[in-house]
Design a protein around this ligand. Structure first.
Ligand code: C2E
Ligand code: CA
Ligand code: CA
Length: 287
């Protein structure tokens, strides 16, 4: 059934032994995932978001990792879809939110304005569908002492597009003062009207248009034209997946202000990120 669904749905798929083995494998991984949080196998990495003109760190995105006891490090591209299917993304999502808020509040206490202005956390549609999501988030903010205006929640356009509940939740979040970033922009059933209908503060242009397969033809045109829309809507644009100096130069010329990508830094442990933003603040002061 899942093979048919994965291939786009509304179709049938012959059963075969290889599929059965794959399904078993997935089921095993899914079962293991339930133990991952209690067994402290889940951890978070931080990737800087920088200002294109100065290279100064203005924020960071938190990216979840799973250290499996037998299989080693498992990519979120593998385990997040499993967690979404089983529902345990809700629990994982609260964990990463609490972890992030606690860390960001501690940095703020310690470094004041030299701490990153914003910290971004990814949120799945399944989490937004929870009727008490906003209440739970507020509990976490209070418990950790995190200032709501520094929190950015990243949601994919597909999540918002495919559910009216998710769109309504964004309105609620906006009222509370959280910032919303529309993630992977350009990959789903993108409609620019989404920018009008939803309270979006930040648009993250998908890395496939910046450095990926679509970067040289259509992608280049999309990247070039999106910046005009974001400026008119007073939305900040972040270019994802910036890998080369040439890409960064081009984005800067087009008017992009913010970027994220391997050119600047790979996702890293909290201690390394802390080292980066404290030394980058020193560099800015002495510039
Ligand atoms: P995303 O939200 O689009 O995150 C950006 C991904 O791009 C990250 O992959 C990051 O490591 C990668 N990346 C950053 N710079 C570059 C670059 O210059 N080039 C290339 N090719 N890639 C770059 P990662 O960490 O493997 O995460 C994959 C996806 O898993 C994320 O995509 C996000 O959708 C999901 N994810 C990760 N952590 C969480 C989480 O805590 N909650 C939820 N719901 N999803 C998460
Ligand atoms: Ca993201
Ligand atoms: Ca993205």
């Amino acid at each position: 059934m899942y093979a048919a669904k994965t291939a786009g749905g509304h179709r049938w798929h012959w059963f075969d032994a290889a599929l059965d083995e794959a399904a078993n494998e997935t089921a095993r991984l899914s079962a293991d995932l339930r133990q991952a949080l209690p067994d402290e196998q889940i951890f978070a990495l931080y990737q800087p978001i920088v200002e294109l003109t100065t290279g100064a760190i203005v924020g960071g995105e938190v990216l979840m990792r799973w250290q499996h006891p037998q299989r080693g490090l498992i990519s979120p591209d593998v385990f997040i879809p499993l967690a979404e299917r089983s529902g345990c993304i809700v629990e994982l999502g609260y964990w990463v939110l609490e972890h992030t808020c606690r860390q960001a509040a501690a940095w703020r206490d310690r470094y004041g304005d030299n701490a990153p202005a914003k910290i971004s956390v990814n949120v799945s549609a399944r989490q937004l569908a929870k009727s008490d999501f906003v209440d739970q988030m507020e509990v976490i903010l209070r418990r950790t002492g995190m200032d709501v205006s520094r929190l950015v929640l990243e949601v994919t356009e597909t999540a918002v597009f495919s559910s009216t509940v998710a769109a309504r939740r964004l309105e609620q979040l906006k009222t509370v003062g959280v910032r919303i970033a529309l993630d992977d922009f350009g990959t789903g059933q993108s409609t620019l009207s989404l920018l009008l209908d939803c309270p979006v503060d930040i648009l993250k242009v998908d890395k496939s248009f910046v450095s990926g397969t679509a970067a040289d033809q259509a992608g280049a045109i999309i990247v070039k034209n999106l910046i005009g829309f974001t400026t008119d809507f007073a939305i900040d644009a972040v270019a994802e997946g910036v890998e080369t100096i040439a890409q960064a130069d081009r984005l800067r010329r087009l008017g992009y202000q913010y970027a994220q990508g391997y050119l600047y830094a790979r996702p890293m442990p909290a201690a390394d990120f802390e080292h980066q933003f404290t030394s980058s603040a020193v560099a800015a002061l002495t510039r």
